[in-house]
Design a protein around this ligand. Sequence first.
Ligand SMILES: Cc1ncc(COP(=O)(O)O)c(C=O)c1O
Length: 461
Amino acid sequence: MVCKKILLDEKDIPKKWYNLAADLPTPLLPALGPDGSPLEPKMLEKVFPKNLIEQEMSTKRWIDIPEEILEILYRWRPAPLRRAVYLEQHLKTPARIYYKDESVSPAGSHKPNTAVAQAWYNKKFGIKKLTTETGAGQWGCALAFACNLIGLECKVYMVRISFDQKPLRKIMMQVWNAKCVASPSNETNAGREILSKMPDTPGSLGIAISEAIEEAVADKSGATRYSLGSVLNHVLLHQTIIGLEAKKQLAMVGVKKPDVIIGCVGGGSNFAGLAFPFLYDKIHGAKIKIIPVEPTACPTLTRGPFAYDFGDTAGMTPLLPMFTLGHGFIPEPIHAGGLRYHGMAPLVSQAIMDGLVEPRAYDQLKCYASAMLWLKTEGTLPAPETTHAIACAIDEALKAKKEGKKKVILFNYSGHGLMDLAGYAKFLSGGLSDYYLPEEDLKKSLEAIKNFPKPAKFKRG
Ligand SMILES: Cc1ncc(COP(=O)(O)O)c(C=O)c1O
């Protein structure tokens, strides 16, 4: 019988996170401070606790996972590695399709892996309250869950369009004791300024990040810090437990290495979590195709330049070396709210510059159609973000069929869609459409960064 779920024993959970910064062929370019010179760790101290700043700057390959963090992760980890045999049979592909099921976490996605770690390090540093942003609501729920367990106050700025599309996510945050407000809000200068110019804006992750940082640094008692759900090095680090578990699980079914690895990308953390431990093998000679998938409506990797830009709309973050659509870019209101981000993690961006990963963009309708095939074969309901990885896995399985190759495809099932039914309802009633970002709009958005410092190297592919 074909093994459909590969379960790792609790005692075999990875005990260290993997840091790609130790192995990238081209070292990461530094983030820049307001005067354009490389950022000093001290400048981040109002925003993050020192222990996480150390991780952010670290180039150590392996970083121990504290036992107390593992104790919390055991609630759902190790997460299952599953094989999509029914989809394989339907496609009549010789490929084997494996997926890491991150939907089993308490909040329903990969996000609690770093939420727990960040809340734990903040608590250890003496912080009392965390502020954050959320797009789809998955990250806000994850941080609310972690803060509630660990004993921190939590305030979440939720992107307006998701706040309206997903009211139940707000209630999930509330039952985990967090306060959730729609962004842009009237609670911060950044929010008020945007509302005065664009009262009907759907909001964006960039705006919500500005609001959350503003609230954290405004607390003169020093007891509040900000927490980010993706993009930064330490966030991607915490997610590598996904790929490290997957490696052990693939070995249990005799797979030495996958041929193709796929993850959807918003800020880059679920993709990185699965892919980075395998990127180590690729850097050391293994032949693996690694594909981050983004929406065509927010084509950061496939159409944006590699440039220095702010991580948020109001320009409160340092300048990060990354692919970007411009910090003022407000994506169309697609249902994959977690993929509506103008930038990309510097580590993922540098891996693209080094030719290690090959980004792709997919339309919303194709992704929902792929989800319907998934529901018909595998039966579970994926998050709209996750459907991007599923669509790509199906394409790769059909390609393997055409080539007659028994490839091993591995993707990250980053979350369930049980709170995302409004998008499915719209798809079923024919009310969804694709969005293509006009070249003119992209040019206009990039105007804002034309005088920013330029990354030293521009080596693509
Ligand atoms: C289910 C799910 N998948 C993927 C993402 C994309 O984020 P990231 O690229 O940081 O993994 C999100 C973000 O909210 C999400 O909720």
